[in-house]
Design a protein around this ligand. Structure first.
Ligand code: 1PR
Length: 602
């Protein structure tokens, strides 16, 4: 019959497994789910994915009795692949949870990235250099998508002496293990399912068995890696094992994506002074991350369209005052992926008050997009506790879960983050674990929670004219005011709050946000370049990565923000939607200026 080749997948934290399933299916394999430790013995090929917390992962696997089954699978020489925390699980332990032992298949202990001079988590596209060894079709010029806080530091010879082939990345001054392989085992710290064509290629080398065959013998990869499953024997299912604690506190095996108790590390909230000027070439080993953002809303005819405002006004300036329609969301996301966008962000800028939550049109957009776009997808808008049309209460975590199940890798929280931060300060900077940010980051890891900030300039004449964090600006206010602070807004800029952007950034970092999407209402749609002063102020206030947004009008604006600030990524919207420039043109420009970028691979 036409049975698809199958692979077994073991999902214990229920992070965003959808992306991995999509990638496996894209490569022509079928995913099978493991429901008990006994099922593991039926797996021909087994994948252990992972997001979130080392200790949670290992203790879940251990309590449910999976560790001996995994060990047996490995010992029997059957193909095994670990991804992200799935790689970390192979080690003896991690400082993330020093008391929880790992599988110990690799001798060594994971540590935390040093955040004194760089953003942590390490998020973005980095290398997996094999130093000339062949290893599951990893290529020296390819870049792979990483997102993690803990890492195994690479010391030459240490793992090689245990028989491992090692691929490395370098972040700042730290060289870390990006992938390991030995015999039937392959594990990557990066996410192959989010690493574009390069990621699919290495995943295929695992699935078709070619990667293991050619391991360690340089020059023998060519011509083999592409002959997918030629022998006809290795086409089997990956089973997916999904364990979680039920409401009664018992460990059960379930199916689907679930929030768990796993918690990524909380980055420290201490201010830093990492801002250095003009860092050329690779930023800390990462490529310059270019993100395409699609603001999506329903127009007056009821169609979901990509739109774009000026200072958040998305209606035409003419008499019609129609919602600007710049195209179809799924098509445009796919185009940007093929142009080399490193991530795609969707912001749902209309409220869904008239729509049952399960029918949210954005869910379908994500489902469709995630089948063809293999870079990280972020979804924002409306992530907050809500009441459904039938009166049912729905938590922000439940809404986020629906988005993750539909293919999102991160959710972006706007208005609700400001309200939560106000609460945080009003109760003396205490955390009770009940905010959307805390709940979602606990369940899916910090890297899955972005906070989208919509700040607006407030000019002041003197340093002591406000209690807020001010900057001296090169662009004085209407009355020549030399200072300004950035006020946070909610509801798409409609309401300004008495909270500055530094306060917000530090509060949400403490709550467990993994990244900031830093817009600027004054700059939005202006085509005049990013607000470098704002970005510098925020970068100096937090350790988590910052995405610069608002104002990009041409490729040189990207070069400017990367060379004059330490921003971790830069986002553009209108210039791409209006087809003034492509993402590829931006990347080519950056490359010409000597900055390292990831190019789309065919
Ligand atoms: O508050 O959690 O429901 O989230 C709402 C989200 O929708 C927030 O992330 C907020 O930024 C966004 N949003 C709300 N209203 C608008 C609007 O435009 N009327 N869009 C809006 C925000 C800002 C950027 C834009 C950049 C770059 N768009 O995403 O893409 O400014 O634009 P440019 O390159 O063309 O200058 P919640």
């Amino acid at each position: 019959g036409l049975t698809m080749p199958k692979v077994h997948l073991l999902d214990y934290v229920a992070g965003n497994i959808r992306s991995l399933v999509n990638a496996v299916e894209k490569l022509g394999y079928e995913v099978d789910w493991i429901r008990s430790p006994e099922d593991v013995s039926q797996a021909e090929k087994l994948i252990l994915p992972g997001v979130g917390h080392f200790g949670h992962c290992l203790s879940q696997l251990s309590q449910a009795g999976y560790l001996p089954a995994i060990q047996k699978h490995i010992d029997e020489g059957k193909p095994f692949m670990g991804v992200c925390v799935g790689l970390q699980a192979l080690f003896e332990g991690s400082v993330e949870d020093p008391d929880v032992p790992g599988l110990g298949v690799v001798k060594g202990f994971l540590g935390r990235f040093d955040d004194s001079t760089k953003s942590v988590p390490h998020i973005g596209w980095n290398s997996a250099s094999t130093a000339g060894q062949s290893m599951y079709d990893l290529r020296p010029d390819s870049k792979y998508y990483y997102v993690h806080t803990y890492r195994f530091p690479y010391v030459k010879g240490q793992l090689e002496d245990q028989g491992w082939t090692v691929a490395t990345g370098t972040y700042g001054t730290e060289t870390f293990v990006g992938a390991v392989a030995k015999g039937n085992i392959y594990a990557t710290q990066f996410h192959p399912e989010k690493s574009g064509v390069a990621g699919l290629r290495t995943l295929r080398a695992f699935l078709n068995g070619q990667g293991a065959k050619t391991l360690g013998s340089p020059s023998s990869t060519l011509g083999q890696a592409s002959s997918e499953a030629k022998d006809g024997l290795t086409r089997r299912v990956i089973a997916c094992l999904d364990v979680r604690t039920n409401d009664q506190g018992d460990l059960v095996v379930t199916k689907g994506d679930h929030p768990s108790n796993g918690q990524g590390a909380k980055p420290l909230g201490s201010p830093s002074s990492t801002l250095g000027q003009a860092s050329s070439e690779a930023k800390d080993g990462l490529t310059r991350r270019v993100i395409a953002c699609l603001d999506v809303r329903t127009n007056d005819q009821g169609d979901l369209v990509v739109t774009k405002g000026d200072q958040y006004d998305v209606r035409e300036k003419n008499d019609t005052r129609d919602v600007r329609n710049l195209g179809k969301p799924v098509e445009m996301a796919k185009k940007y992926y093929h142009d080399g966008a490193d991530e795609v962000t969707f912001l749902n800028i209309t409220s869904f008050r008239d729509c049952p939550i399960a029918d949210l049109p954005m869910l379908e957009i994500l489902r469709q997009t995630s089948q063809t776009v293999f870079v990280p997808l972020t979804i924002g808008g409306g992530i907050r506790d809500t009441v459904d049309t039938d009166g049912t209460k729905v938590s922000a975590l439940e809404i986020a879960t629906m988005y993750f199940k539909s293919g999102a890798d991160k959710v972006s929280i706007g208005s609700d983050a400001v309200i939560a931060a106000e609460e945080y300060y009003s109760i003396g900077r205490k955390l009770f674990g009940n905010t959307a940010i805390e709940q979602i980051s606990r369940a899916y890891g910090n890297q899955a929670v972005v906070v989208s900030v919509d700040p607006k300039r407030v000019y002041v004449p003197k340093v002591d004219a406000t209690r807020h964090n001010i900057i001296e600006t090169k662009f004085p206010g209407p009355r020549g005011e030399p200072y300004c602070w950035y006020a946070c807004t909610i509801k798409g800029g409609r309401e300004t709050r008495d909270m500055d952007v530094v306060e917000l950034a530090q509060a949400v970092e403490a709550m467990g946000a993994g990244e900031l999407l830093l817009n600027c209402i004054d700059k939005d749609g202006s085509n005049t370049g990013f607000d470098l002063e704002l970005i510098t102020q925020v970068k100096n206030a937090v350790k988590i990565p910052v995405i610069a947004s608002s104002g990009a009008g041409n490729p040189s604006h990207f070069e400017e923000v990367f060379s004059k600030t330490t921003t971790d990524a830069a986002l553009g919207a209108g210039m791409f939607h209006r087809a003034e420039y492509t993402v590829k043109q931006v990347k080519d420009y950056l490359k010409d200026k000597g900055l390292v970028v990831r190019q789309f691979e065919q």
